[in-house]
Design a binder for this molecule. Structure first.
Ligand code: ATP
Ligand code: FE2
Length: 321
């Protein structure tokens, strides 16, 4: 069975195709803002212009499609609506079932699929989201999350302030490698939740005070990633789990992965992360979750295919293992 998935919750626009065993192809046409952050309407305009040619190009490379999957939320309303419209049209045109999926769950399930992690605590870190998630029975539960902005947005914001281009995460990672001196920043963990916006302000102040970009980046990464490692570890201890899965765009950061690996090693736990091309937003993860759900009896009728900008992972009934 072959599933085609469309992703376009924010800046990324991607179409992927998977079968039961592997990712067959991924084609991306991301919206890259000329300057500043992402403007929802500009991103949606970009998606509406590019989605047709992107789908056409993918369809020309596959023999058949059995399921049309799309990310139904969470994300920016105007972007989600373009993707949902394209998915509905494609499903009607091909006469194939439609499956709307939760974007966060897609990050998580593609990670389990490609790493073999069974029942992990998942650290999901991206632009808009930062959550520690684990499954309890038929639901995934969020055990800890950011109280304000996602870690990726925090990195992007700090990078922009220091005159670096979007996306800032990879640029901060490069700078941090050359950082030498650690400057203290607010370490904000409240119970199982955490917060990054105060840290961004404090880091911006360091930069204004003349601290080098390298040291600001280094201090920011060390502090923020230690917070994420602490909460992940606490969730593993509470839930008695010995697997940690790292997913989401910020998961591509090797310093974060390294800190989590050390923590896992100390607890005798296994650390997993999927290949980089499946970490950030991509159509293949949507295609995979759509396929998994379809095989377990899910199908989205047209009247239920409206977008869900605030869709939470806890809302999904999980009937697969
Ligand atoms: P979501 O809707 O799940 O929040 P997203 O739209 O933010 O997803 P992702 O591709 O999951 O998209 O994540 C993008 C984020 O990842 C950006 O903030 C980017 O700066 C960050 N990022 C990418 N690579 C790295 C890296 N090497 N180090 C740190 N951050 C990174
Ligand atoms: Fe994402």
């Amino acid at each position: 069975m072959i599933s085609l998935g469309i992703e376009g919750t924010a800046w990324s626009l991607s179409v992927g195709v998977v079968d039961e065993d592997e990712v067959l192809l991924i084609e991306n046409d991301p919206y890259i803002p000329k300057e500043g952050g992402i403007h929802p309407r500009e991103a949606a305009q970009h998606h509406s212009e590019r989605i047709g040619p992107l789908i056409k190009s993918v369809l020309s490379k596959v023999d058949k499609v059995d399921v049309v999957s799309f990310s139904q939320g969470p994300g920016m309303g105007p972007c989600l609506r373009i993707v949902a419209t394209a998915a509905r049209v494609l499903s009607l045109k091909l006469g194939k079932p439609l499956v709307g999926v939760n974007h966060c769950l897609a990050h998580l399930e593609v990670g389990r699929w490609k790493t073999g992690a069974k029942n992990p605590v998942t650290l999901y870190v991206s632009g808009g989201n930062s959550q520690v998630i684990a499954r309890r029975g038929k639901r995934y539960r969020v055990f800890g999350e950011t109280l304000d902005i996602g870690i990726g947005n925090a990195l992007d914001k700090l990078a922009r302030y220091m005159g670096l281009k979007h996306p800032g995460g990879p640029r901060i990672e490069e700078l941090a490698k050359r950082g030498k001196k650690y400057h203290e920043l607010p370490y904000v963990v409240k119970g199982m939740d955490f917060s990054f916006s105060g840290m961004v302000t404090a880091a911006q102040k360091l930069y204004d005070d003349g601290v080098s970009k390298e040291d600001v980046a280094f201090s920011f990464q060390e502090t923020a990633f230690a917070m994420l490692a602490e909460v992940s570890e606490r969730a593993m201890a509470y839930l008695d789990r010995d697997e940690l899965l790292l997913v989401g765009g910020v998961g591509a950061n090797s310093r974060l992965a390294e800190m989590l690996k050390v923590m896992c090693k100390e607890r005798n736990a296994k650390f997993y992360s999927p290949p980089k091309e499946l970490m950030g937003d991509n159509g293949a993860m949507i295609a995979y979750l759509g396929l998994l759900m379809f095989k377990h009896g899910y199908e989205t009728r047209l009247e239920n295919s409206t977008v869900k900008p605030d869709f939470r992972i806890e809302e999904v009934d999980v009937s697969w293992d």
